[in-house]
Design a protein around this ligand. Structure first.
Ligand SMILES: *Cc1c(COP(=O)(O)O)cnc(C)c1O
Length: 389
């Protein structure tokens, strides 16, 4: 981190924890001697199901693990063939898309719209007789045109995977979205809206897939057999292995933090929303200089990100750094990476956003003065850039 500016040091993200409460939950684990799978992980799964209204939830070590497992289980259970296609967005963190080729499937990229989420029209255009699923990313907490994409999936018999890594707390028509998706995956990575250190949740619609996830996420071990023998009081070491699995499940230390942070999720998101309102009020006076991301009226976003689109992004980032402001970029259009370069040029809006978008600082420690200062700087720089051209 460079310190060009003595007065200001405003970072993009700075997670905030209810420290004493987190430590009390963790202390309980340490005192009883249970830090692994079970105990707090089960409590967090129950709390998450209650909060979201989703029928199943399995706690994992990351959302990346959840996305990989979501594709793996759907492919295996629905009998998809190697080379079958999943339609996805180029504007996302790379783990969304790696889940596809990791399972020997082909990522087909559809373009985004003014919500930074998948454009339903583009999704429909990319459907072939090999399409099996769509992965929808609720970008920055925005549900975008999720409902239209869900409708397209239903009409074409496609599975729907909701990458809700940014969506902890997002409501759509007043409800947590994703009940119509085959699977919803959340992230509680260190800088997400519900930060732990690293962990995630996989929420399958169907109970049988949830049961498979619990096996595949623990090396394929059949725990039903295990618990049966435990209940019988004998042969605790005896279990069967039904799948080739991996070690993907979460642990009780992370779940302790998650349980505490969940209590404050709606409160924290409300303050994020307030900060976004302050940004929007200022920038809405300069539509020719600063484009904002459209959030449909029916969506109450978690406000994971506040993004703007500007003409001279890289120069603006440098100028903001000089003013002690350190924004981010979410994300590089994935088709610009070598692994997905076969799709370069197929998603012009995503390519444009990738070159012009800025994520401005948004976290619980920012004050209204900080936001006003950031707005002053962004507007000043944008005006100078426009005058210079
Ligand atoms: C952070 C993120 C992930 C991965 O989450 P992890 O918990 O870090 O594995 C997946 N998709 C999106 C859109 C993300 O932002």
């Amino acid at each position: 981190m460079t310190m060009d500016n003595k007065e200001h040091d405003i970072q993009l993200f700075k997670p905030t924890y209810a420290v004493d409460e987190c430590l009390a939950e963790i202390r309980e684990c340490l005192e009883i001697g249970w830090t692994g799978l079970g105990f707090k992980t089960v409590k967090f799964e129950e709390a998450w199901k209650e909060y979201t209204g989703l029928p199943h939830a399995h706690y994992l070590n990351s959302a990346t693990a959840g996305l990989n497992m979501a594709v793996e289980i759907l492919k295996q259970e629905k009998g998809w063939a190697d080379g079958d296609e999943i339609i996805t967005t180029p504007l996302t963190f790379i783990s969304t898309n790696h889940a596809i080729p990791l399972n020997n499937l082909r990522a087909v990229f559809a373009d985004i719209d003014n919500t930074n989420c998948l454009d339903p029209k583009s999704v429909e255009e990319r459907i072939t007789d090999k399409t099996r699923a769509v992965i929808f990313v609720g970008f920055g907490g925005n549900a975008g045109h999720y409902e239209e994409v869900a409708k397209i999936c239903k009409e074409h018999g496609l599975a729907l995977i909701l990458d809700a890594a940014h969506m902890s707390g997002t409501r759509l028509h007043g409800e947590i979205p994703g009940k119509d998706a085959d699977v919803v995956v959340y992230s509680y990575q260190a800088v997400k809206n519900l930060p732990t250190a690293d962990s995630g949740m996989i929420c399958f619609k169907e109970e049988k897939y949830d049961a498979i996830a619990r096996k595949i996420g623990w090396l394929g071990i059949n725990k039903d057999t295990y618990s049966r023998t435990v209940n019988a009081g004998n042969y605790k070491w005896k279990y069967d292995v039904e799948y080739v699995g991996n070690k993907l499940h979460g642990n009780s230390i992370m779940a302790s933090i998650g349980l505490v942070q969940l209590k404050y999720l709606d409160r924290d998101n409300a303050y994020r929303k307030e900060m976004c309102k302050w940004y929007r009020e200022r920038f809405s006076k300069y539509p020719e200089l600063i484009e904002m991301i459209h959030i449909p009226e029916e969506c109450d976003s978690s406000c994971h990100l506040f993004q703007i689109i500007v003409a001279h992004r890289d120069e603006m980032l440098l100028a903001l750094n000089a003013a002690g402001i350190y924004p981010g970029v979410h994300y590089t259009d994935n088709t610009q990476y070598r692994m997905y370069a076969y799709a370069q040029g197929t998603c012009p809006r995503a390519a444009y956003v990738s070159d012009h978008v800025i994520s401005l600082p948004l976290h619980m420690r920012l004050t209204r003065d900080d936001i006003e200062y950031i707005c002053d700087q962004v507007i000043k720089i944008a005006k100078e850039q426009a005058d210079a051209k």
